[in-house]
Design a protein around this ligand. Sequence first.
Ligand SMILES: [Fe+2]
Length: 247
Amino acid sequence: MVQDYHRYSPEDHGAWQILYDRQIKNLPGKAYPGYLQSLEAFLPEMNREEVADFRKIVPRLKEKNGWDIKVVKGLIPVEDFFCLLAEKRFCSSTWLRSRAQLDYLEEPDMFHDTFGHLPLLMDSTYAAFMEHFGKIGARYLDDPIAITALQRLYWFTIEFGLIRGNGKPHIYGAGILSSFGEVNHIYESDIEVIHFDLEKVIHNHFVNSEIQMRYYLIEDFEQLYASLTELEHILEEGLEMEVDIVR
Ligand SMILES: [Fe+2]
């Protein structure tokens, strides 16, 4: 599958522009500064004017940390997801939410996949985490407990993680960065912020259809990367818990 760019209508480009502008205004001071720098570094390849064009973005990703985009229809089996990450191929859908649906999505669309996820793949430590994470997943495809632990780790970090930047918590999770409502929720709701602890994270069940009330705070991406060594050790020792495979 490839991104059939000519199929995007003026309506699509308009929806992209609203989404992009809204987040660009809302994120300063809230998003991890390194994310905002990467977003800026992506200009002009990804900008407010037009729906992200993978033909322009991929060369930048490849040049920086060797990553590629694998176009997918939507959510894919976890097995494929891990194996693609292990090969430094990030999955992205190509459909974009409509103006009528700016704030409600049943599945991640390309605004989430590109605006939310791609900028941080320009960070070498974050990118190394993603690759190593995929390799661990690829090794444990037949182990539902390991897959559950990996999915929880991904959820509470890559999708909904907070990071200390300039002393205070900042957002680096793509699920928050790409959502106007989630960003405001972090600052306006009575959420719980817990220091990242791998044991706590992998035992923390989540429901992906519910808004999060608990967030985990990492100090930096080195801490995140180091958690994989700890996870490998835990998996080698043998982990016991209820499984909840989310596809
Ligand atoms: Fe995501």
